[in-house]
Unconditional design. Structure first.
Length: 242
């Protein structure tokens, strides 16, 4: 099937095997999911109805989408509103498919690798390159990192992120926080506050395989600190993290 665009919704098939687990068992197992961009930032998986291994029980609630039509919400395994379908959608390709709510499931797998937060976007790319450029990070006028051994992470749709060796960071100015985040491309991150400002820095202790080059390195939000590259102060980008 060729990619299809209806209004702001883009649809295309995926060749990955996708499985969803709930309550300790597989509730969906398909090798023909649809990737559906309901929002611009990342896609959702829509699963063919015949590839569901759990009963859908109508919850009695509905959800209206200007582009997809009237959606019917379903309970799965006692979990309320865990699935959504558009049986009469003006987009024909969606009528026989179901979107399982990502957070309602216990785990998702693409092939045999667990994936977090949302499906991986086939048009998002992560490049991690070693760099000898001079990177200096200031927070409120105080230098908190100074390095010529950075690894720069280039991720589609985001500004470059400068990952620095811990030996080049003023660790005495960093305080661990309880914040944890997950990324489908990099894995699970831990965070630090800097000079009392929460969650300005983060690190992936054990990143996913494709991002191993940043393991144990520390990065700072370009949006919230002053970063100098070869002596030039970088503009603070505007992103969802600003």
């Amino acid at each position: 099937m060729e990619p299809i665009t209806r209004g702001r919704v883009r649809i295309e098939p995926s060749a990955k095997r996708v499985r969803a687990f709930l309550g300790g068992r597989v509730v969906a197992d398909t090798v023909r999911p649809l990737l559906v961009w309901e929002i611009p930032y990342y896609p959702a998986y829509y699963i063919p109805r015949e590839d569901l291994a759990a009963e859908l029980r109508p919850s009695g609630r509905t959800q209206r989408s200007p582009s997809r039509g009237d959606g019917v919400l379903y309970d799965i395994e006692g979990v309320a509103d865990a699935a959504l379908a558009y049986p009469d959608s003006p987009i024909e390709e969606l009528r026989d498919h179901v979107r399982l709510e990502w957070e309602a499931m216990d785990a998702w797998f693409e092939e045999d690798e667990e994936v977090y937060v949302h499906p991986r976007d086939p048009y998002s790319r992560v490049d991690i390159l070693p760099s000898s450029r001079h990177i200096r990070v200031e927070v409120d006028g105080v230098t908190v990192a100074d390095s010529r051994g950075a690894r720069i992470l280039f991720e589609t749709g985001l500004p470059p992120r400068y990952y620095l060796p811990k030996t080049d960071v003023r660790l005495d100015l960093l305080t661990p926080t309880e914040t944890v985040s997950r990324c489908p491309y990099k894995g699970q991150a831990e965070y630090w506050s800097v000079n009392g400002r929460a969650d300005l820095a983060w690190s992936y202790r054990t990143p996913l395989e494709e991002s191993q080059r940043i393991a144990g390195l520390i990065s700072f939000y370009n949006e919230k600190v002053d970063i100098y590259v070869d002596g030039v102060l970088q503009d603070r980008p505007r992103t969802p993290f600003s």
